[in-house]
Design a protein around this ligand. Structure first.
Ligand SMILES: Nc1ncnc2c1ncn2[C@@H]1O[C@H](COP(=O)(O)OP(=O)(O)OP(=O)(O)O)[C@@H](O)[C@H]1O
Length: 213
């Protein structure tokens, strides 16, 4: 730096998923407790653990679809004027059988906000461009999963909560998922992903949930 130049302070992205003292479960059944973690821009968290450990339950709690049994979840630094902070993609693909593939994506995009890719371009990106007019009910399991990935692309939201996103995806589809996640994190996004598969992506740490007795 030459004399007289003022160095701009590094603009820190203030957004964070912040979890404090969180317990989640159903009624008297506590599946996980005393959870304290943060997910910062450009990073993600993998939820690991055996069947029934509570990964989906934790994701639902992070998404605000289940009340915490204790503690708090917040997405700090997110401007509500920018719309909802997160995408939640659960086990089910939320596909209506008699609605076309492109129309399904347009339907979601109309609801969620057209802040990302054009639906037709997003379909091509996930490898479904050639069947845009097909009724979504005729998609294979892996193709339905790809359609869900396209939903992430048509509406920009900083935090992706993904439950088994690679389920039913072939090797190429798993590579696509890794690429989309890498790009999302590279753009300052955040992610929490429950999976039994390997996801070779930089910037991920792991939270292991225990087995139930
Ligand atoms: N609504 C509910 N009421 C009571 N118990 C529930 C409810 N939903 C799920 N459970 C139980 O909570 C436990 C954790 O389920 P969860 O789906 O979170 O596990 P998971 O770690 O995601 O498992 P998997 O790897 O099989 O997807 C299971 O024993 C399940 O039966």
């Amino acid at each position: 730096m030459t004399r007289g130049q003022v160095q701009e302070p590094q603009r820190q992205d203030p957004r964070r998923l912040k979890v404090r003292g969180l317990a989640c479960g159903y009624g008297e059944t506590v599946l996980a407790s005393d959870l304290d973690f943060e997910v910062a821009p450009g990073t993600g968290l993998l939820l690991r653990g055996p069947n029934g450990a509570g990964k989906s339950t934790l994701l639902l709690t992070l998404a605000g679809l289940l009340h915490p049994l204790a503690g708090s979840v917040s997405v700090e630094g997110h401007d509500p004027d920018d719309g909802p902070a997160l995408h939640y993609c659960g086990h089910r693909n939320a596909v209506r059988a008699r609605l076309g593939v492109l129309d399904t994506l347009r339907f979601w995009t109309d609801i969620n906000g057209a802040t990302g890719m054009e639906p037709a371009a997003a379909l091509k990106r996930v490898g479904l461009g050639h069947i845009a007019g097909l009724d979504a009910g005729y998609l294979s399991a892996g193709q339905q999963r790809r359609l869900v990935l396209a939903r992430l692309l048509t509406t920009n939201r900083p935090l992706w909560l993904l439950d088994e996103p690679s389920a039913a995806l072939d090797a190429e589809g798993q590579g696509l998922l890794a690429t989309l996640l890498t790009e999302h994190l590279g753009n300052g996004g955040m992610a929490v992903i429950a999976t039994h598969d390997d996801l070779a992506i930089a910037g991920l740490s792991t939270l292991a949930l225990g087995a139930r007795p």
